[in-house]
Design a protein. Structure first.
Length: 320
């Protein structure tokens, strides 16, 4: 965790100066928790993604049927070097899958054959390592040289919330630079209908000193404070929560004024945990389910104060 913190978004600073939070005194028209935030808006079009749209952007692949009757889903992932704006005016020299952080959220059903066509268009050797069960030759530990490609293929198992990431050393550099994404394997027995949201917790070391300066969900600090997530009154909400934070040992999620059921790794359809705060290590993940029965704005954030003050904070907007 950086002592320097997020850089100040003020007129006249150099384009890639580390960004600090602008402190704004609370007023009668804004909650005190709005005091620490950024000023302005990132260019989502230039980034190639919008953190809000990533909540709902499930990639089911190109679907066909094998001669055996098994469903085949094909995906295409390309490693690309790209500058990503992680706070207004603050660009990070990222390594990405398909030009975005996180990479596409791949989704299938347990037992589907998944075939991932990977091309390395970046400037370093890269790979894709999937969490789940698969043969050793599909494990993604062998680097794919620059300009070359590889096809990963396996049957999706077990059902649950998984992830993928580059597994080339040094791991902390390849992960921190942005080479990761979600991998959802649905059970054959459908879960209850719900508003489903994908949230990947990450962070960025803008001065490369081994300490993060910006924390976020879906990459852009403070995005969900400025753009609250709309949900219906009493609606079942299902959050697919993944932690891919580098340099810090833990991360977490806290929901104000409500509790949620926890399905750790999503590999069971029953829960034995009902809480308002969950702590996750790197690559840990959990499915959270809840309903909010009163209208209004409800904050969610890392219950690690520095993370919240440096961008990992937002609101749910509950509407009748």
């Amino acid at each position: 965790m950086s002592g320097v913190g997020l850089a100040a978004v003020v007129a006249g600073r150099p384009p890639n100066d580390p960004v600090r939070v602008r402190a704004q005194p609370p007023s009668d028209h804004a909650p005190a928790h709005d005091a620490n935030t950024t000023v302005g808006e990132v260019n989502h079009a230039a980034n190639g993604f919008d953190p809000t749209k990533l909540l709902y952007a499930w990639d089911y692949g190109k679907v066909s049927t094998l001669p055996t009757g098994q469903t085949l889903r094909e995906y295409r992932l390309t490693a690309v070097d790209k500058d990503i704006e992680i706070a207004p005016g603050v660009k990070f020299p990222a390594w990405t899958y398909n030009g975005r952080i996180p990479g596409p959220t791949l989704r299938c059903t347990e037992g589907d054959r998944v075939r991932i066509h990977f091309a390395n268009g970046g400037s370093h050797p890269h790979s894709i390592h999937f969490h789940g069960i698969h043969p050793a030759e599909m494990d993604g530990v062998d680097p794919i040289p620059v300009g070359q490609s590889f096809v990963y293929e396996f049957d999706a198992a077990p059902f649950g919330l998984h992830l993928y990431h580059c597994h080339v050393f040094p791991l902390k550099r390849h992960l921190h630079k942005g080479l990761y994404g979600g991998f959802v394997v649905d059970p054959k027995q459908d879960r209850s209908p719900a508003r489903e949201l994908f949230m990947l917790m990450n962070g960025f070391d803008t001065d490369f000193d081994g300490e993060n300066d910006v924390y976020a969900v879906n990459t852009v600090g403070f995005h969900f404070m400025h753009h609250p997530v709309p949900i219906g009154l009493g609606e079942l909400v299902r959050v697919y929560l993944v932690n891919m934070l580098e340099f810090d040992l833990i991360n977490g999620f806290h929901l104000h004024a409500n509790f949620f059921d926890v399905y750790r790794t999503g590999t069971r359809l029953q829960t034995n945990e009902y809480t308002d705060t969950i702590i996750l290590g790197q690559a840990e993940r959990a499915i959270l389910e809840f309903r909010i029965n009163y209208p209004g704005r409800y904050m969610f954030h890392a219950h690690i104060s520095e993370f919240a003050e440096l961008g990992w904070v937002g609101f749910f907007e509950v509407r009748p």
